[in-house]
Each structure stands twice: as structure tokens, then as C-alpha cells.
Design a protein around this ligand. Structure first.
Ligand SMILES: NC(=O)c1ccc[n+]([C@@H]2O[C@H](COP(=O)([O-])OP(=O)(O)OC[C@H]3O[C@@H](n4cnc5c(N)ncnc54)[C@H](O)[C@@H]3O)[C@@H](O)[C@H]2O)c1
Length: 270
């Protein structure tokens, strides 16, 4: 069912790798709600080719950009402005990569060169995206920028490793840039702290199946799916949430405020 919440809006979506990606579901939902979209991903990710399937479905051009390159980002925003023939109403930053988790390095034995890369790709890139848009004056007034986070920014999830620190930085950047962009142009910036979700990035975390099942049992509503996340994201891109900015918004079926649940107690007593 569509409510036309994004009718006439134009947005850039980072991070649709395959049809499991949260960004993929968000792109589909934004299109259903009437938005025009530009898709982007790292050149290496585009080589797998799956994004073209989505691009065709939602009639969106694909403009490559490595989020660690200011040159790529500047090219992306400049080309998107030309494509839309006007300013951008929303941006989804759905990008994550943990170099140390990929290498299997535990938190107590991180390779700090790799950690630099993780921070650059997964957190500083939000600053790079915001700064590029800010300096090109690319966003429309009351525009909306959303990035995806995880509750490991506030609580310890041991195998989430360096990504916990990365998400803490990401959320801080959303707050800090949200202040400056709010003043300049009433652009709002928020992070959505999403339930664990089966995707390429998510499944890289050690013990992911246990992780996702535990979260589901701890949440009175159960885990939020990628489709649920897409619906929530649409509201944040819409005009119905104009006064929400600089927030980390939990989208997790209640997990973040549950100390214990009957489902988990029952499991322990078995
Ligand atoms: N899956 C989960 O359990 C979960 C939970 C909470 C938050 N998140 C966050 O959601 C976001 C999206 O992840 P996902 O789970 O959909 O997985 P995904 O693997 O589908 O998406 C990650 C995306 O990041 C892109 N990327 C990596 N390096 C890049 C670079 N240098 N330049 C541009 N793009 C680059 C990848 O190509 C991919 O499209 C991430 O920030 C992730 O941390 C995921």
C-alpha cells in the first residue's frame, strides 16, 4: 500500500548491494512512495552487477562512488543535481564494512591500520557525505539524511568488535552535523538503530544466528525486518517528521529498553 509520502521528492541511496541489503528494501519503498532515486555504491560492489536489477525496477541511474573519496562524492552529488534538475530532498547512508571482523581479528588484537579503514568507510564517510552536500549546497530546505546504526554503540556486544566504536562515532557525527546543517538549511540528520538483519554485512558478525535469535526473543515485538526499516525510513524522509533531528532512533521491536524477557527466561530454564 502506498501513501505517496515521498511524491515529488528526490533522493540518493547508498549501499544497495543485493536484494538482502537494507538499502535495497528502502530504495524499493521510496520508489513505491513516489520518490525519484539515484543509486550509488563502491565501484567494486557495482561489478557484481546485482544493483542493475534494482536500477531497472525503480528507473534509477547508478553513479559509482567510494565513500572514502571526496572526489567520487563530489562527482556523485554534482551529477545527481544535474539528473534531478534541482536540489536533493533525502540521502540514505547505508554503508558498513569492518576490516578486522572480516579478517577474524578479535577486539583485543585489532590491526589498527585496518581499523582506520573501518572508521573511514563506516563512520567518517557520513561526515564526508554531509560535508560534500553542505559545501555544494545540494540539499533542499527541510531535507533529510539518514544513516544506519546498531545498539552496540551504547552496549557491549563482544563480537561486534571495532564496529561498536565505529557506530558510536557515526551517531556522534549525525548529531554534530545535524546541528550545523539544521542551522544552515533546516536539513535534519538522524541515525536508525536497526535490529540485527540477515544481510551480507550483518552475517559477517561471528555467531550471527545466535545474535539474531537472542534479539528476537528479547524484543516484545520481535526483530524489525529490513522491510519494516524501509517503512520507518520513508517516514523520516517525508514531511511528517520535519522536527526530528540529531537523534539516534531505535527501530528494534523494543529490544533497547528490555532488561529481560519471559522468552529468554523460559529458554534458560529449559
Ligand atoms: N544487518 C544488520 O544486522 C544491521 C543492523 C544494524 C545496522 N546495520 C547497518 O546497516 C547498513 C547497511 O548494511 P546491510 O546490513 O544492509 O549490509 P550490506 O552488506 O547489504 O550493505 C553494506 C553496503 O556498504 C557498501 N560499502 C562498503 N564499502 C563501501 C565503500 N568504500 N564505498 C561505498 N559503499 C561501500 C557495500 O557495497 C554494501 O552495499 C550498515 O551501516 C550496517 O552496519 C546492519
Amino acid at each position: 500500500m502506498s501513501f505517496n509520502l515521498l511524491k515529488g521528492k528526490k533522493g540518493i541511496i547508498f549501499g544497495a548491494l543485493n536484494n538482502q541489503s537494507i538499502a535495497w528494501k528502502i530504495a524499493e519503498k521510496c520508489f513505491e512512495e513516489g520518490a525519484q532515486i539515484v543509486l550509488t555504491n563502491a565501484p567494486v560492489a557495482l561489478r557484481f552487477g546485482e544493483i542493475n536489477e534494482l536500477a531497472e525496477k525503480i528507473n534509477a541511474p547508478v553513479i559509482p562512488a567510494d565513500v572514502t573519496s571526496m572526489e567520487d562524492l563530489s562527482n556523485l552529488f554534482t551529477k545527481s543535481l544535474a539528473h534531478f534538475g534541482g536540489p536533493i530532498d533525502f540521502v540514505l547512508h547505508s554503508v558498513g564494512m569492518s576490516m578486522n571482523v572480516r579478517k577474524g581479528n578479535p577486539y583485543t588484537n585489532l590491526d589498527h591500520e585496518l581499523e582506520h579503514k573501518t572508521l573511514d568507510i563506516s563512520a567518517m564517510s557520513l561526515h564526508r557525505v554531509c560535508q560534500t552536500a553542505f559545501q555544494l549546497d545540494a540539499m533542499a530546505e527541510w531535507g533529510s539524511i539518514v544513516s544506519l546504526s546498531y545498539i552496540a554503540a551504547q552496549r557491549v556486544f563482544p563480537d561486534y568488535s571495532e564496529m561498536a566504536d565505529t557506530k558510536a562515532l557515526l551517531e556522534s557525527i549525525a548529531r554534530s552535523f545535524g546541528y550545523h546543517y539544521g542551522l544552515k538549511k533546516k536539513v535534519r540528520i538522524n541515525t536508525i538503530s536497526q535490529s540485527p538483519t540477515r544481510t551480507t554485512a550483518g552475517s559477517g558478525v561471528k555467531g550471527f544466528e545466535g545474535f539474531i535469535t537472542y534479539a528476537d526473543k528479547m524484543s516484545p515485538l520481535g526483530n524489525a525486518s529490513a522491510e519494516d526499516c524501509a517503512n520507518y525510513c520513508v517516514t523520516l524522509f517525508s514531511d511528517l517528521t520535519r522536527m526530528v533531528t540529531m537523534q539516534n532512533l531505535f527501530h528494534d521491536g523494543g529490544f533497547s529498553f528490555c532488561g529481560l524477557s519471559h522468552a529468554v527466561i523460559d529458554q534458560m530454564e529449559k
